[in-house]
Design a protein. Sequence first.
Length: 329
Amino acid sequence: MDWKTMKKPIIALSPMADMSDLPFCLIAKELGAEVMFREMVSSEALVRGNEKTFEMARFDERERPIIQQIFGGDPKTMGEAARLVDEKYHPDGIDINMGCPVYKIVSNFNGAGLMKDPKLASEIVREMKKNITVPLSAKIRLGWSDPTEAIDFVKYLEDAGAELITVHGRTKTQGYSGVSDWEMIGRVKEQVSIPVLANGDIHKPEQVSEALKVTGCDGVLIARGCLGNPWFFGQAREVLETGKAPAPISLQERFDVCMKHARLHVEHYGERGVVTFRKHLSWYLKGIPGVKEMRTKIMQVTSLSELEELLRGFLLDQKTLPTGSVLVG
Ligand SMILES: Cc1cc2nc3c(=O)[nH]c(=O)nc-3n(C[C@H](O)[C@H](O)[C@H](O)COP(=O)(O)O)c2cc1C
């Protein structure tokens, strides 16, 4: 894979801890996502040989093109972790997390903490590049606290050898408050000649063309907008190509995809997957009348067949919504 020559615009699935795992990536791919960024894994855990972490980085060939994101703050450890992942699984690319705002991560110069130290960030890029055979990218924020920090920061990354950068248009200090500043993403994009992807608050397929126009970016990364709504990717492409509003998702389709995802999830995680699937389920059911009352019942479901029965009754017997209604994902 080559980020430069790849067909643009790129509409990709953003990395999301606990969410963009093997089953969800398979579903997103089937419904039109063009590149899958898998959830972050710890470089230190990989280097320690932690089996659970390696299992998180395992993927199904049908998910390709797949990018594995790694977090960490030590160049040697990051380089070694990248080498191990490349050697064992050979994903299509490796991404560095330079945007995570969570205290446990940034307090150790990981995630967005790296934006405070461009030299360390460049060293990490160099060390990883040396050790892998696939393209290296980084996902950043606009800065630690000042939204103009990324303007210089991206030049360090490009000089060190990064081949693609994703910019989430918020600072670390903002967390998830405020809005993603697409205009500032555009200014950051102008600083480098490698492709840049825009991220943050692209929550509807109809917003993709606006985000591309404002940022001038080579593509977008979609996170919350596709949770419980993996149709986002196909719909975004449809809107870009036809300029028309996307075709509505029927309740039958919602039921079918949700159950397919649930089956894949349980196949992957075993019986406990019925419980861990609840986080996806609440996104699939968001906005449907009566969902609040359904929650208690959902919490008691212990098998796929119970889930199927419950969902069939709830989704397909909806009296308040005609089949074919568009639901907000
Ligand atoms: C549940 C969840 C988990 C996330 N995990 C990661 C992660 O592992 N790595 C990362 O770079 N960003 C992570 N993010 C940030 C998203 O990839 C994305 O940058 C952010 O949500 C803004 O995009 P959005 O407005 O499309 O949601 C996560 C976001 C959410 C909601």
